[in-house]
Design a protein around this ligand. Structure first.
Ligand code: ZN
Length: 679
């Protein structure tokens, strides 16, 4: 259920982690270097190519990756550090404390491939038997509730989150879900690529059912059943671009009303079986979807539904079962992303520990890597960026004083979290055994699901974090109205204590500006300072905002991602708005620092570049990346972030400050004819 932290606009959506200013890793941190620059390119023609050209020439996507970027470079380094922590925790023996026992034994149970292979499907068999034993559709919903607790969400999603109209309180949510492929488009679009993916999917499911003991003919049938049911769910799933608008997901209703949307689904029975506290109201993200779920449950035979539920269990467990399951599962990933080789087992086991017991591993990680001065320097930069955004709001030409005042109030209310949580999650009730990998995974999932469900009806805990400390990423949460920077991102090339301020303002400064701007993008602007979905804009200012973001949407929609595939400027609108606003206010903050520096040192050239030029070079460095074409295609469909090239070129061509810094002339590619400017 943890995949449901979907309301966090972050810096990038990839599931990566990372860090250390100290030398806990043998791999060097990927910092800023002049060697990455391709001086044969004119920065006014293609700035991204200029800033990253040599980096791209030197870099190759490792076989076990679908892309290579500063995020993944940091991730590799982080994996190394975490491996060290986990190996030590594993070998600590009986004298270990509770945290080391849990993370060490989870990692150890994962690394013990021999035991895992010997057991085959054994660890999962009791779960499959439970599904097989279901006698009617009422009992099926009880089983679906049980499965939901273990991680997979057959048919729909159930979770808790703050009330859109009373952000201080947590309520229950049900929403569309139940798909295995990355997006509804994979089921309903008829272009060659999607048709091909569905073929891969049927092969994948057939192989998994065969491995689980069905005859090849049965397995092929089962796979078709799964595709049929998931396609029906996909048909009434809302498009992810439409879903960007929080208002279309805002359907708070009485529990009885929600239950009545899908009478054959027995939702009341589900809520009880999943152990939810009693509640009278909930939010239904997509009511039409539940009408469709009802017709699926009503029209499909019980056996077909059982096949589908077994599938959801199987595919979730596959990476933690024996080798044939792992390989079948990887083949599908390969088709989707182009990744050539599966990651080494130890990397998968580190990732598992981070996703299952992230705040326990994270606690050790922070002890090892996060210097006390890191937080202080970050606080200073956050403060500088907030002042710049405030100044920007004060001087925006298109905004009335009324809305301007409200915007300033919202900005003032934004909280920040840096490094790691004040209170770490307590995993003491999770039983971790050294020889029971799937059992460990399922128990950790169940712990997390129950923790989420138990929040229903309680006040919102504003101390909670949505990312683990080693994560190389950052986010803004509209419900919490806060910006969050895990320790993992506070390292080069984002933040380098050995570099000049210009480079750092182009890196982490821009990231801070990006997250702050999310509070005022197409989604964030719809929330008030407390995190309620409440309009604080005058009608005219709302129109002016829409006009300006349409410029951004059109700009990015013209960018080609791969072959003839263009970006979806509406899907990526919030991120692009945040990139543009972030760059502008980060540069403003740098200019203030230069102006305030009496010694004049801040304004000096370094290596022949002015501070402004170095700011843009630092920005470019952060987004240097290479992607496999298969992965690029998947990202265009599913990722609200633009590829690195356009996160850089798309921004600089809107900035007169860039043109001034590099002496670009009208008519050159990095000088947009109709420059977009929102924040
Ligand atoms: Zn973002």
């Amino acid at each position: 259920m943890r995949v449901l932290r979907i309301l966090l606009p972050c810096l990038l959506l990839m599931n990566v982690h990372g860090f250390a200013q100290t030398s806990a890793s043998t791999k060097p941190a990927p910092g800023f270097s002049l060697d990455n620059i391709d001086k044969t390119i004119d920065p006014c023609v293609d700035f991204y190519q200029y800033a990253c050209g040599n980096w791209m020439k030197k870099s190759e996507i490792p076989a076990d990756r679908s892309s290579w970027a500063s995020f993944t470079e940091l991730d590799e380094r982080n994996l190394d550090i975490e491996r060290g922590i986990l190996e030590k925790a594993e070998s600590g023996g009986a004298s270990r404390n509770a945290i080391d026992q849990k993370i060490g034994d989870l990692y150890g149970s994962c690394m013990d491939e021999k035991t895992v292979n010997t057991k085959g499907i054994g660890p999962l068999q009791p779960e499959l038997d439970r599904v097989a034993a279901v006698k009617d559709k009422g009992a099926l919903i009880d089983e679906i509730a049980h499965v939901h607790l273990m991680g997979p969400g057959p048919l729909f999603n159930f979770y808790s989150n703050s009330d859109l109209h009373n952000a201080d309180m947590v309520i229950a949510y049900i929403d569309q879900g139940g798909l295995s492929l990355p997006d509804r488009d994979y089921y309903i679009k008829d272009d060659a690529r999607m048709v091909d993916m569905r073929k891969h999917f049927v092969d994948y499911a057939t192989e998994m059912f065969t491995l689980a003991g069905q005859t090849p003919a049965q397995a092929a049938d089962s796979a078709k059943t799964v595709l049929r049911i998931e396609t029906a769910l996909a048909r009434d799933s809302m498009d992810r671009t439409v879903r960007r608008d929080p208002k279309v997901r805002d359907h708070k209703m009485e529990r009885d009303q929600a239950v009545a949307l899908a009478p054959d689904l027995y939702l009341n029975r589900f809520f009880v079986a999943v152990g939810a506290p009693n509640f009278t109201e909930l939010n239904v993200g997509n009511p039409d979807f539940f009408k469709q779920v009802n017709s699926v449950v009503e029209s499909e035979p019980l056996d077909a539904l059982k096949t589908y539920v077994s599938w959801q269990v199987l595919r979730t467990a596959a990476p933690w079962l024996s080798q044939p399951f792992v390989e079948a599962n990887f083949k599908m990933r390969q088709a989707l992303t182009g990744q050539k080789q599966i990651q080494d087992r130890w990397k998968r086991c580190v990732d598992l520990t981070n996703s299952s017991l992230g705040e326990a591993l994270g606690q050790r990680y922070v002890e090892l890597t996060f210097g006390a001065d890191g937080k202080q320097r970050m606080l200073k930069m956050v403060d500088a960026l907030e002042r710049s955004l405030n100044e920007d709001i004060e001087h925006l030409s298109w905004m009335s004083d009324e809305t301007r005042k409200q915007a300033a109030i919202k900005l003032e209310a934004i909280r920040n979290k840096i490094g790691y949580p004040d209170v770490y999650r307590d995993y003491s009730s999770v039983i971790i055994k050294p020889d029971d990998l799937w059992g460990n995974v399922a128990r950790a999932e169940e712990f997390e699901s129950k923790r989420e469900i138990a929040k229903i009806g309680k006040p919102l805990d504003r101390k909670e974090w949505g990312m683990t400390p080693p994560t190389v990423n950052a986010y803004y949460s509209p419900a919490y109205n806060e910006i969050v920077f895990p320790a993992g991102i506070l390292q080069p090339p984002f933040f380098d204590k050995n570099m000049d301020d210009a480079i750092n303002f182009g890196g982490i400064g821009l990231v801070i500006g990006h997250e702050l701007t999310h509070g005022f993008d197409d989604q964030g602007r719809k929330y008030d300072p407390k995190g309620n979905l409440q309009d604080w804009w005058t009608e005219q200012d709302g129109k002016e905002f829409e006009k300006r973001v349409s410029c951004v949407a059109d700009e990015y929609s013209s960018f080609v991602a791969v072959d003839d595939l263009k970006l979806n400027g509406r899907l990526t609108l919030g991120e692009n708005t945040a990139d543009n606003g972030g760059a502008r206010i980060a540069l403003m903050a740098l200019e203030h620092m230069i102006a305030d520096d009496k010694s004049g040192k801040e304004g000096q050239k370094i290596d022949g570049y002015t501070p402004e030029q170095r700011f843009f070079l630092g920005f470019g460095r952060v987004w240097c990346e290479k992607r496999r074409p298969e992965y690029e295609r998947m990202q265009v469909t599913t990722n609200p972030h633009s590829p690195g090239r356009y996160r850089v070129d798309g921004v600089v061509q809107n900035m007169p400050e860039f043109q001034k810094a590099w002496g670009c002339k009208a008519g050159q590619p990095m000088v947009a004819e109709n420059a977009c400017h929102v924040w």
